[in-house]
Design a protein around this ligand. Structure first.
Ligand code: SF4
Ligand code: SF4
Length: 185
């Protein structure tokens, strides 16, 4: 049976989620035996427009990114967002609290007019998304689980409630009550 062709694409982000996948040193040899990775800029110079599954990292923050994600959506049978940036907009959305003119001026100064910046938005605000892997960065275990489900023709199931629910059910005292910061894991 032909291996599914898989592509990874990055939009506006730090690319830390792709790095999470690349750091699966122990699992990668087996993964590469099950899928063909045809696009993965962070790992390979191979480029192909023929793929079945597209993993998308990063938010939409430029006008020119809209036709690009639409083209990817048209090609991919399954489209999955990886990480907070692509799934909910992530840290990129902080700029949405400020006037876009100011954001452009503060960031690019007298070169502001060179950039087609728009308010940040998640991928799902532009094209339909089949599955989302949340977190910043993604959890390797969840990526492996999702990939396994896809390869077995199963529908992945992810919790529909925030991690605080599980945390409280375990009887934990919230770290914010101790003056600490929670990383949500
Ligand atoms: S979700 Fe976090 S780690 Fe992933 S690309 Fe965005 S900022 Fe980077
Ligand atoms: S420690 Fe973190 S996960 Fe747990 S309740 Fe507090 S904020 Fe939520």
């Amino acid at each position: 049976m032909a291996k599914p062709k898989v592509a990874f694409f990055d939009f506006t982000c730090c690319e830390g989620c792709q790095l999470q996948i690349l750091s699966l040193e122990e699992e990668l040899p087996e993964i590469l035996g099950l899928i063909d990775i045809v696009n993965f800029r962070e790992a390979s110079s191979a480029v192909s427009n023929d793929y079945d599954i597209a993993f998308i990292e990063g938010a939409i923050t430029r006008e020119s990114e809209i036709p690009r994600i639409q083209k990817i959506r048209n090609q991919a049978k399954i489209l999955i967002t990886i990480g907070a940036c692509s799934s909910i907009g992530g840290v990129n959305c902080i700029k949405n609290f400020y006037p876009m003119d100011k954001v452009l001026q503060d960031t690019y100064g007298d070169k502001a007019e060179w950039y087609d910046i728009i308010p940040a938005r998640p991928i799902s605000a532009v094209v339909p998304v089949d599955y989302q892997l949340q977190c910043c960065p993604i959890m390797k275990e969840e990526f492996l689980y999702l990939l396994k489900c896809l390869l077995n023709g199963q529908t992945p199931q992810f919790p529909k409630h925030p991690v605080c629910v599980e945390c409280r059910l375990k009887g934990n005292v919230c770290v914010y009550d101790k003056g600490m910061t929670c990383m949500g894991r």
